[in-house]
Design a protein around this ligand. Structure first.
Ligand code: FAD
Length: 500
């Protein structure tokens, strides 16, 4: 059958419609309007009545880079989102109850091209001339002492804690300044073209329609466009990641803000503490198969400190990813596309990666090779993050509840098993292409959770013992004097973001 309607597959992209105005929607709007706002017409639709998920307040250092791309001034941003600094995550009760380690954003010691610093440190430990691994990393030691200041030449690697709703507001202004249009409204229908299956317009509750050439689905767990309208399925990862429920609340601070997120393992899940300038974000993440909502609420509320300023709200989720992040003329970002639980605060990073890849590959007209390339890139980044998070559960001695015993019985992804085996046997870690977590992260978490390699690289034997001692002592002294000179994190924030 012939038709005189144009084939949408050859239609140049001029109008981009972003559905949803949570962190994903506004990050996409900000980046697209700043980069391509002069040649694209960008519209974002959000519904205040539906609201956002209301969590997602801990970030990782890649956000600093994202903000640089957008010319965001850090002090303005931190003041607007009531932000604090994050040097890493304090993992408490993960290896055993009462045990604690920090996964920091720092690099320990100095690597040789053929062998990472851990090999020199391991030989030093064997000879009794090396102290704890944390003594060789500025970020790790600074986190332990609650200290922070910016250092010249990127001398300290950090991320932020921020108020998610203030962040959306901040990005909204930035996007609108760059020409993005915002529509308040509830999407009730997604219209598609029969011939191509492409989305053509979004129908709103007031009867209006918003047409577009490219659609970005940022509607959160609802996945209205990619899931409901286009029928792209979801790959469920709950056999590796048992948690499917959360309860979140906000409290007034009872102590100075620490420069790290706390992740405290419990009976059937874990809790987060995220200190901001004006309040603390708290939450419990748990497996509903192992703990009832009432039990979770009790465990959570009996350990939350400070006055509760927002009633706890429940969140249900399914870990996993859309089988395709980009289908036809629709790209899913944020919770609409994937969700790996927040243990390593990676979702905002994955939103950012989705945006950066989209910008790099932004098509004149939608083509299948673009779609395939984008999906393959995102898949491999997601699977890498998934493995990293699963590792925290796998490497534990905890057996004190059915939850931890079931986790022990779980078969882990082959890719993860290989990484752990390689490190356990040889102390080696290799980062592939664009993987998020570098060698240092894997090492800190694996050693933090009790994996001590059986061997070190022979390069570490090349130095004489006195030379190795001097090498290790110099690094430790440098770290020590750098951290000693840093102010307390809270004092630094007070002068860096002096309030209204
Ligand atoms: P949402 O915030 O849910 O936004 C969806 C948007 O779509 C809203 O504006 C909504 O109004 C709109 N919408 C939906 N339906 C319609 C409709 N019919 N019509 C119009 N508009 C509609 N990430 C991190 O990086 N760090 C963390 O510390 C972290 N912690 C988390 C803790 C938990 C328990 C959970 C569940 C997630 C966490 N995340 C974290 C993930 C983080 O919350 C999300 O990545 C982030 O908030 C982005 O969400 P979103 O924009 O995709 O969805």
């Amino acid at each position: 059958m012939t038709t005189d309607r144009p084939d949408l597959r050859n239609k140049p992209i001029r109008r981009v419609v972003i559905a949803g105005g949570g962190t994903a929607g506004w990050m996409a709007a900000a980046a697209l309007s700043k980069t391509l706002g002069k040649v694209l017409d960008i519209t974002l639709i959000e519904s205040e009545e539906i609201g956002t998920v209301g969590v997602g307040e801990a970030t990782i250092p890649t956000l600093v880079t994202f903000h640089r791309l957008l010319d965001i001034k850090e002090q303005e941003y931190m003041s607007a989102v009531k932000g604090t600094i994050k040097l890493g995550i304090s993992f408490e009760n993960w290896l055993d109850e009462g045990h604690r380690y920090i996964h920091s954003f720092g690099i320990s010691g100095k690597d040789h091209w053929s062998a990472g610093f851990q090999h020199f440190w391991m030989r030093g430990q064997k000879l009794g001339i090396a102290s704890g691994y944390e003594d060789y990393c500025v970020e790790l030691k600074a986190a332990l002492e609650d200290k922070f200041a910016h250092l010249p030449r990127g001398g300290i690697n950090y991320a932020y804690h921020m108020d998610a709703s203030l962040y959306a507001r901040f990005l909204r202004k930035l996007s609108q300044d760059h020409g993005a249009r915002r529509i308040e409204g509830k999407i009730v229908e997604v219209e598609t073209d029969e011939a191509s299956g492409f989305i053509t317009a979004l129908k709103l509750a007031d009867g209006s329609t918003v047409e577009g050439d490219l659609f970005i689905d940022c509607t959160g767990f609802r996945a209205l466009l990619i899931g409901k309208a286009l029928g792209v399925g979801f790959e469920d990862w709950s056999h590796w990641l048992f948690n499917d429920s959360a309860l979140a609340t906000q409290t007034l601070a009872v102590r100075d803000a620490v420069p790290y997120t706390r992740a405290i393992a419990g009976k059937s899940g874990w809790q987060w503490r995220i200190p901001l300038q004006h309040r603390v974000g708290n939450g419990i993440v748990y497996s509903s198969k192992h703990m009832s909502d009432d039990e979770a609420k009790h465990e959570f509320l009996s350990s939350v400190e400070g006055e509760i300023i927002k009633d706890p709200w429940p969140i249900r989720f399914k870990p996993g990813q859309r089988k395709k992040s980009w289908e036809k003329n629709c790209i899913a970002l944020g919770l609409a596309g994937s969700f790996i639980e927040p243990l390593e605060s990676t979702t905002i990073h994955l939103i950012q990666r989705g945006i950066v890849h989209l910008l790099r590959m932004f098509p004149q007209v939608v083509t299948q090779p673009d779609i395939d390339q984008y999906n393959a890139t995102l898949d491999s980044e997601l699977q890498h993050v998934r493995d990293f998070v699963v590792m925290h559960y796998h490497l534990t001695n905890r057996r004190d509840s059915q939850y931890w015993r079931d986790i022990q019985a779980m078969e882990i992804p082959a890719t993860l098993k290989h990484r752990i085996d390689l490190f356990r046997e040889t102390g080696k870690v290799f980062r592939q292409a664009e993987e998020l977590f570098a060698e240092n992260s894997w090492i800190q978490v694996m050693m933090g959770q009790g994996v001590m390699p059986r061997q070190y690289h022979p390069t570490a034997d090349v130095m004489s013992e006195p030379d190795l001692k001097r090498f290790l002592d110099d690094i430790r002294r440098n770290v020590d004097s750098t951290v000693r000179a840093l102010p307390q994190h809270q004092a630094y924030i007070d002068q860096y973001c002096p309030g209204p």
